[in-house]
Design a protein around this ligand. Structure first.
Ligand SMILES: [Zn+2]
Ligand SMILES: [Zn+2]
Ligand SMILES: [Zn+2]
Length: 252
């Protein structure tokens, strides 16, 4: 199974429109971060976690030619708003795209994309098949077992996923003790870290490193990064052993 980081940037992406900071103007491709998304591939089949504003570009860049499903972490626009671009997969695969989410997330998607879910949608509109999951109940897509569990993004619940000994957490600020147990024995952990300062709904670098030290995976990757995390090259040198900044295109 492979995991490809399609995007590792926070909601505005990096570079940010109009910003002249050293990160936003860096010539290192690892400082270019599309909005956070992960491709999970298994025996030639692909599932994507989140479909943010860069979804189309991410599918093109990673040369994704078929897609079994879209799995959502939460309803913020930087994680869902590219959903309209599943249309090429609808046309190629001649079927609806399964869209996995918790009940509240799917309800919000139906509001924001009302035109998709009309009784008689416009011809050519995306074809989406919503599929609800419950936290703590593993579901399988394309032979990939997703165990959803809950983290908190300020006041908003966000779904994180464990797939075997791999775990993917984005947009977390806190996690309940009971949910932490789902991470027991995880070898590879992906977790969000925004920048160095305090934030009401995201872990900062210090908090993310403390969380990693508690979970003790063999390898961790930080994602959902702001330009204020600093240059990839320089920040990476300052991280503890076994912790890296993820970057777009990284495959594990
Ligand atoms: Zn986000
Ligand atoms: Zn900047
Ligand atoms: Zn969010």
């Amino acid at each position: 199974m492979t995991f490809t980081f399609l995007g590792t940037g926070t909601s505005q992406g990096v570079p940010i429109i109009g910003c002249d900071c050293e990160v936003c103007t860096s010539s290192d491709s690892r400082d270019n971060r599309l909005r956070t998304s992960l491709l999970v591939s298994h025996e030639g089949k692909n599932v994507v976690i989140d479909s943010g504003p860069d979804f189309r570009q991410q599918m093109l860049r990673a040369k994704v030619k078929s897609l079994e499903a879209v799995v959502l972490t939460h309803e913020h626009n930087d994680h869902i708003i590219g959903l309209d671009d599943v249309r090429p997969f609808n046309f190629m695969q001649h079927r609806h795209m399964p869209l996995y989410g918790r009940t509240s997330v799917l309800a919000e998607v139906k509001k924001r994309f009302a035109y998709i879910f009309e009784e008689n949608p416009y011809p050519g509109a995306p074809m989406i098949q919503p599929v609800e999951f419950e936290n703590g109940e593993t579901f399988e897509v394309a032979g990939i077992p997703f165990l959803p569990f809950e983290v908190m993004h300020g006041q908003l619940p966000v779904t994180a996923f464990r797939i075997g000994d791999f775990a993917y957490i984005t947009d977390m600020k806190t996690i309940a003790e009971g949910e932490k147990e789902k991470l027991l024995g995880v070898k590879t952990l992906v977790v969000n870290a925004l920048h160095l300062d305090w934030h009401h709904s995201h872990l900062n670098l210090e908090e993310a490193l403390a969380f990693i030290a508690e979970i003790k995976p063999e390898q961790s990757w930080l994602t959902h990064l702001s330009h204020r995390m600093g240059l990839h090259e320089e920040r990476s040198k300052l991280l503890p052993k076994g912790v890296g900044l993820a970057y777009d295109g990284l495959v594990i």
